[in-house]
Ligand binder design. Structure first.
Ligand code: 13P
Ligand code: SF4
Length: 304
């Protein structure tokens, strides 16, 4: 089957199965191009929730499809590649939060959306990279445990110095790879070009960046700015969506190491097989789902 025939079949099956295709900003370009919506992790889960479609093909990693299922239990949520996971999400378990809580009575736990349902269920409130500061500010407590990303947690701690943020030592294996020498080198080459970076990068990298935000905030910033050139400090897949939405502007990647192997596992053929054979359906224990949903709902009550 050629790509052209596959795309035609995917479009036909979407109508037959009342399905929509969602793709994260880091997906390969041919997957982004076949998707109905391209966006950030939690934004896509909200689209899945609001959609009238009964099947959601979620092209991303496991925790993203799982978050969509937490919010929309009545919908069939498919993750085309079973082994597309997030190493950072795998760095923490529900058990480690239970242990922390036993030793630190009353200290609230904020979990990044890049976590399993079990971790969400044990946490008090969830956050995304766009609302983490607001979420932390919304809590009464002066001490907060932030899991699992130490870099996002550190970034939040700097914005909210009046609170003690206890950091879990997890990290994104992709963003954490960016080295300060790479920032200095690209600065030398392109001294007048602003760096837009994701808060999963290390603190020294963020300190030298001009703008810090989630994938959707980076996209918004590049669109509204009058600058014609940018250096992008997040996963390389972002360059496709940035270029597509800003054809007149130029984008450079901060580091060639910014490739998430898990995000690159989903091909056009996987999307075709997923929609054709209902692969791979997300399932969740109902009591776990309800507990995990509470931390997401609490986050949704916070003003962005
Ligand atoms: P966003 O929520 O900003 O899309 O980021 C998801 C992610 O996996 C970042 O590495
Ligand atoms: Fe996980 Fe990092 Fe990949 Fe995002 S880029 S899915 S945080 S490993």
């Amino acid at each position: 089957m050629t790509d052209f025939e596959m795309i035609k079949e995917i479009k036909r099956l979407k109508i037959e199965k009342n399905a929509i295709i969602l793709a994260h900003n880091y997906q390969v370009s041919e997957v982004q191009d076949i998707a109905d919506f391209v966006g950030d992790s939690f934004g896509l889960s909200k689209i899945a929730y609001e959609s009238k479609a009964t099947t959601i093909v979620f092209c991303g990693v496991h925790f993203m499809a799982e978050s969509a299922k937490i919010l929309s239990p009545e919908k069939k949520v498919l993750l085309p590649v079973k082994k597309a996971g997030c190493p950072m999400a795998d760095m923490i378990t529900g058990e480690s939060i239970r242990n922390f809580k036993a030793d630190n009575h009353g200290v609230p736990v904020v979990c990044y959306v890049n976590t399993s349902a079990e971790v969400k269920a044990e946490s008090d409130i969830c956050c995304t990279s766009s609302n983490a500061v607001n979420v932390v500010n919304s809590l009464d407590s002066d001490r907060i445990l932030f899991v699992p990303d130490q870099n996002l947690g550190n970034y939040v701690a700097r914005q909210v110095p009046e609170k003690e943020i206890i950091l879990f030592r997890g990290f994104c294996i992709v963003h954490h790879r960016v080295e300060i020498e790479e920032v200095d080198e690209i600065r030398r080459k392109l001294p007048d070009v602003r760096i837009l970076a994701h808060p999963e990068c290390q603190p020294e990298v963020l300190e030298k960046s001009d703008f810090v935000g989630s994938t959707s905030q980076i996209l918004k910033e590049a669109k509204k700015s009058s600058d014609m050139e940018f250096i992008i400090g997040t996963e390389i897949g972002m360059l496709h969506v940035l270029q597509k939405e800003n054809p007149e502007k130029k984008f450079h990647i901060l580091s060639l190491a910014l490739v998430c192997e898990n995000m690159k596992k989903t091909s056009l053929k996987d999307v075709y097989e997923a929609i054709k054979g209902d692969k791979y359906e997300m399932t969740l224990d109902e009591s776990l789902r309800i507990r995990a949903k509470k931390s997401l709902e609490r986050m949704l009550e916070i003003k962005e």
